[in-house]
Design a binder for this molecule. Structure first.
Ligand SMILES: C[S@@+](CC[C@H](N)C(=O)[O-])C[C@H]1O[C@@H](n2cnc3c(N)ncnc32)[C@H](O)[C@@H]1O
Length: 242
């Protein structure tokens, strides 16, 4: 079982830290996009967290089921209005099987990067394919690796330097590893949080999908179906089971 990096400390402050991502202009386009693909079918969110997307999607009438490694994050979801109607299976979404089949599975906000090896990411696609109905779709929202911004020979790049927060990404280029280091000023003292990820290329994800018997159906740079170009910093991709 992978290490749970979303324990009580993180779960208790998660919604506050990513408050911008709970804004309706961020959430609504994602929910519209996902609801359109789910149709009358059920949806499975991998890494459901505190329900940022799952709750509004369920309010749209989609039956949502979640998988998450963190009991603390799932408890935050359950405590919200409507949260207790969303079943959450505690486990590793790369391997954990849940009951039922789904028209849609989705993995948003770079959560595929929480799987820190290629093998785990490949296993995740296989696990999703095993949960999808024929014709079902798998959606991933994830950043494009920002290696063009890493100066040659260096391994650390700052991504936020502000009075109360310092953020640095540390790259390990061979295994496509990335550790995000956060230093946050809390009540006058600096708190450190370091979280490991594995960055992954769009074409590599397409190959993982193919290994799992799925093919690319759509790729956009955002939830409003903006074109994906060589300048895009992130993508929303949809693979489909035949
Ligand atoms: C960045 S949060 C995203 C939460 C939510 N999807 C959102 O958009 O706000 C990542 C979530 O994935 C969960 N997670 C990370 N690795 C996991 C794994 N291997 N299996 C299941 N859940 C995992 C974490 O516990 C956390 O709740």
């Amino acid at each position: 079982m992978p290490e749970d990096h979303f324990g009580e400390d993180v779960a208790g402050r998660y919604d506050e830290w990513v408050a911008d991502l709970f804004e309706p202009d961020v959430v609504q386009p994602a929910v519209d996009f996902l609801a359109g693909l789910a149709g009358d079918g059920a949806a499975l969110e991998l890494g459901i967290g505190t329900g940022r997307i799952a709750l509004p999607l369920a309010q749209r009438g989609v039956h949502v089921h979640g998988i998450d490694l963190s009991p603390a994050m799932a408890a935050r979801l359950r405590a919200k209005p409507g949260g207790d109607t969303i079943p959450v299976t505690i486990g590793d979404y790369a391997t954990m099987r849940t009951q039922g089949t789904f028209a849609l599975a989705y993995l948003v906000f770079n959560t595929i990067n929480n799987l820190t090896t290629q093998d785990e990411q490949v296993a995740c696609f296989r696990n999703v394919a095993a949960h999808l109905e024929p014709g079902g779709c798998f959606v991933i929202e994830v950043g494009v690796p920002q290696l063009q911004r890493l100066p040659p020979g260096e391994t650390v790049r700052p991504f936020d330097v502000s009075p109360e927060h310092l953020g640095f990404d540390e790259y390990e280029l061979v295994g496509q590893g990335l550790i995000s280091h956060h230093f946050t000023l809390v009540d006058g003292a600096w708190e450190r949080l370091s979280m490991p990820f594995r960055y992954v290329w769009p074409a590599e994800l397409d190959l993982m999908a193919r290994l799992a018997g799925m093919t690319l159906r759509e790729r956009w740079s955002g939830w409003n179906r903006e074109p994906f170009t060589s300048e895009s910093r992130s993508h929303v991709s949809v693979w489909q089971r035949p």
